[in-house]
Design a protein around this ligand. Structure first.
Ligand SMILES: C[S@@+](CC[C@H](N)C(=O)[O-])C[C@H]1O[C@@H](n2cnc3c(N)ncnc32)[C@H](O)[C@@H]1O
Length: 208
C-alpha cells in the first residue's frame, strides 16, 4: 500500500452512505450489495497493481466513493481518474464531496466510457480500470458491454481490477484477457473475490 494511501481514509461520509442505502432499496439489482466495500478489501484489490505509475484510471461503480478516495491517494499528481456511476444522486454527492482536480465523476453507465477517452474515436487507453460493478445481478447485456469495453480500452500493459462476491464472472474474464489472477480478501464481509486481468486479447480472437 502506498504511503499516501495509508494516511488517508476516514471512509465515505454519512450522506454518501445514506444515498447508497437508498439506492440499494430502490434498485437492488443495479447496486448489488447491501454494504459498501470495506476499506481493507479496497486496499487488497488496489495492492494487486502499482497505481503510482498511472496516467489514466477508469472506475466503474463509484457508490460511496470508497474506491475513488483510495485510487486518488495512490495515483500521481498529473494522473486522471474518470469515475462512472449511473445513480445521479450518488455521482453528484461524490463529485461534490471529493473536490480533487484529477477526478471527473461521470453520471452515466460504464458502457459509454469510450466516449470520454481522448483521441479520435476514443483511442486513448486506460492504464487501470477498477470495477466493483455487481456483474451477477446486472442485466446480462450491460455486464457484457462493460467487459467488452474493458477489453477494448485497457492499455496492453494495463490491469483491469475487479471485486466480486462470487466467482461467476471468471470465465467471462478469461475469454477476454490472457492473464487472470484470482485472490480473496478474507476479512471483508462477505469475503470478496479479487481479480487482476492483464493482456487484453484481440476482440476477434477471444478464447470463447
Ligand atoms: C456493488 S456497488 C459498489 C459501490 C462502491 N464501489 C462501494 O463499494 O461503495 C455497485 C455500484 O455500481 C453502480 N452501477 C450499477 N450499474 C452501473 C453501470 N452500468 N455503470 C456505472 N455504475 C453502475 C451502482 O449504482 C452502485 O453504486
Amino acid at each position: 500500500m502506498s504511503e499516501r494511501g495509508s494516511k488517508r481514509g476516514k471512509g465515505p461520509d454519512l450522506r454518501r452512505r445514506l444515498l447508497f442505502a437508498r439506492s440499494m432499496a430502490r434498485n437492488p439489482r443495479q447496486v448489488g450489495a447491501v454494504w459498501p466495500t470495506g476499506r481493507r478489501a479496497v486496499r487488497d484489490l488496489l495492492d494487486l497493481s502499482d497505481l503510482s505509475r498511472a496516467g489514466l484510471v477508469l472506475e466503474f461503480g463509484v457508490g460511496t466513493g470508497v474506491y475513488t478516495e483510495e485510487i486518488l491517494a495512490r495515483i500521481p499528481a498529473e494522473a486522471r481518474l474518470l469515475a462512472f456511476e449511473v445513480d445521479r444522486r450518488i455521482s453528484a454527492a461524490v463529485a461534490r464531496s471529493i473536490p480533487d482536480p484529477r477526478l471527473t465523476v461521470v453520471p452515466e453507465s460504464a458502457e459509454v466510457a469510450e466516449k470520454y477517452l481522448a483521441g479520435e474515436g476514443g483511442r486513448e487507453r486506460a492504464d487501470f480500470i477498477v470495477s466493483s460493478l455487481p456483474f451477477t445481478t446486472l442485466p446480462e447485456p450491460v455486464g457484457r458491454n462493460v467487459l467488452d469495453l474493458a477489453q477494448r480500452v485497457l492499455a496492453p500493459e494495463g490491469a483491469f481490477l475487479v471485486l466480486q462476491y462470487s466467482r461467476n464472472i471468471e470465465p467471462e474474464l478469461r475469454v477476454r484477457f490472457a492473464s487472470v489472477r484470482r485472490t480473496v480478501s478474507p476479512l471483508n464481509l462477505p469475503p470478496a473475490f479479487l481479480f487482476r486481468c492483464m493482456a487484453p486479447l484481440p476482440a476477434r480472437t477471444s478464447r470463447r
